[in-house]
Design a protein around this ligand. Structure first.
Ligand SMILES: [Zn+2]
Length: 140
């Protein structure tokens, strides 16, 4: 399970390499053209359907969701674009949902797992910096 969580995080980190280039409506679905920030010629399409405020389905050209059961960076880019704070259930295979319920940084959601990881990191950094400040304080 942690391995899967890492995989999802890798995709989430990669989402910053992509941006939503165009949004269209087709047969009741939202069609998001996602382009590489480095090279706008590289484009994939993400099809999403919505029911009321929540996302019902998401499909991407790259088929990662269908193959690996985790959202690809393109779907993540669309979720980010839409301001969705958590990965919708439709974007994760049911067996992984325990791990990736709320992986995005968002004001609206707090993921205790991510939070505790961040706090561990913060504590390490704080310890390092207080050591450095302590040494510096001894010097004139
Ligand atoms: Zn994709």
């Amino acid at each position: 399970m942690p391995a899967m969580f890492k995989k999802v995080w890798a995709e989430i980190r990669k989402l910053y390499e992509w941006e939503v280039f165009n949004v269209a409506r087709q047969d009741g679905a939202g069609v998001f053209t996602v382009a590489s920030k480095d090279n706008n010629v590289v484009q994939v399409h993400v099809w999403c359907t919505f029911e009321e405020q929540s996302m019902n389905s998401a499909n991407c050209d790259c088929k990662k969701l269908e193959c690996d059961g985790i959202p690809c960076s393109h779907v993540c880019a669309v979720l980010k674009f839409l301001g969705v704070g958590t990965i919708p259930h439709c974007c994760v295979m049911v067996r992984w949902t325990m791990d990736v319920k709320a992986a995005f940084e968002s004001d609206r959601s707090t993921n205790t797992h991510v939070w505790s990881e961040q706090m561990d990191c913060y504590r390490d950094l704080r310890n390092m910096s207080s050591l450095a400040l302590f040494i510096a304080s001894k010097s004139s």
